[in-house]
Design a protein around this ligand. Structure first.
Ligand code: NAG
Length: 223
């Protein structure tokens, strides 16, 4: 009995370490500053780690988040992402920061982060935000946020922010992954490369094929 228990513990342990390699792993050391050049790297943990002797404060630093992103695009928003690609010191630490700018009536269109929960604070303006739960409920949780208000978007769920005001709006958000990923619904469904067979989408959305043709011809802002 004890042998079986030990064996199943080992299987669980092996499975856990396998899964850890596919998700943001718990750090095995204080930090693992990402480096692209194998020759200067030491340990492998998702990315190569910079030799700790060579790590400097700059590896944990970036600047420029006081600068608004350019919102002159079709959706009227811009996400400036500070993830492991911008701060190599974030490697293995499971966190990302974004600044989101919204033109008047601009929006961050419905999207999901496959690997992160998001917590957002409004720095300027008024935002209508929301997320929708899984099937079959597909329940919408929505709220109007003012400066200083905070809202959470649970991992994997489709969510959005819309600037209701006629002034610019600004928000900052933390996300629980060094590389949260973004799937913008319209871009993935109507802007995929190559295109999804329109028959698939015509049936899925229960609309006329012309509507799908129209949507597939649009330029979807990679926000
Ligand atoms: C966001 O703003 C940056 C900096 O102004 C710009 O380089 C980038 O093209 C903008 N992205 C979109 C999707 O408009």
């Amino acid at each position: 009995m004890r042998g079986v228990h030990l064996l199943s513990s080992l299987v669980v342990l092996a499975l856990a370490s396998f899964l850890a390699s596919a998700t943001d792993p718990g750090p095995l050391q204080d930090f693992c500053v990402a480096v692209n050049d194998i020759k200067t790297g030491l340990f492998v943990n998702g990315k190569f780690c910079k030799n700790p002797d060579d790590v400097v404060a700059e590896d944990f630093f970036t600047s420029g988040l006081d600068m608004p992103g350019d919102t002159s695009n079709k959706v009227g928003s811009n996400v400036t992402t500070v993830n492991v690609d911008r701060i190599p010191g974030l490697n293995t630490l499971g966190i990302t920061l974004v600044r989101i700018d919204y033109a008047p009536y601009g929006e961050n269109p419905p999207h999901t982060h496959p690997r992160a929960t998001e917590i957002l604070v409004v720095a300027e303006g008024t935002l209508e935000v929301g997320f929708v739960t899984s099937n079959p409920q597909n329940k919408l949780f929505t709220k109007i946020l003012k400066k200083g208000d905070v809202f959470v978007f649970p991992i994997g769920l489709i969510h959005f922010q819309f600037n209701r005001g006629h002034e610019n709006a600004v928000a900052f958000a933390g996300l629980s992954s060094q590389n949260p990923g973004v799937i913008t619904i319209a871009n993935a469904v109507f802007g995929s490369n190559p295109r999804i067979n329109p028959d698939v989408l015509t049936k899925a959305f229960q609309v006329d094929k012309n509507v799908i043709d129209y949507l597939q011809k649009q330029f979807w802002v990679p926000n």
